[in-house]
Ligand binder design. Sequence first.
Ligand code: GRF
Length: 211
Amino acid sequence: MKSVVILISGRGSNLRAILDAHLPARIAAVISNKPDAAGLEFARKHGIATEVVDHRLHAAREDFDRALMQAIDAHAPDLVVLAGFMRVLTEGFVQHYAGRMINIHPSLLPAFPGLHTHRQAIEAGVKIHGCTVHFVTPTVDHGPIIVQAAVPVHQDDTPQTLAARVLEQEHRIFPAAIRWFLDGRLHVTPAGAVNVAGLPALNEALRSPSE
Ligand code: GRF
């Protein structure tokens, strides 16, 4: 069985969705850069090993990344999942996990990389917003796109109401993307696109009842 390490920084609702999906993998550890991340408690309750690598205890970004890499590699994971992990990672770190680290970002990339994506979307006046699961590459919030989900932007949306609508979709597509990885379905083309083996049938399974 493949093993997965999940990195978080906070609430951990994506972590929860991943655990609730009962994926065919061993969740080797949940690691947080923040000692008070609520997701840690949830992981512990599920009997999953948790660790904290506190970024504030490391003066340089490189030192933090080295410590984090050691903590992750102790579990020799097949996949590293960034589930609301809010630290920018150094290029060396990202290269070390090339092709086996994925992230969820709350926008339809390449639109709105970075922070405050829901506010950015409202201010830009877009009518469709959403979320993206992608392989992590050294440029933040770039990298081959595995799956996206879109939601409408309503005229009276606030960043909070829009975030809630997007989050529901995050919880659908992130576990699905991880499952596809575990099943060996993801192939990155030389041009940097992701081909998903058997996609039509998978899309059918992903569709929400209202669609
Ligand atoms: C999610 O919106 C994720 O896309 C973003 O940070 C948020 C984390 O939420 N990167 P949670 O900790 O999974 O609840």
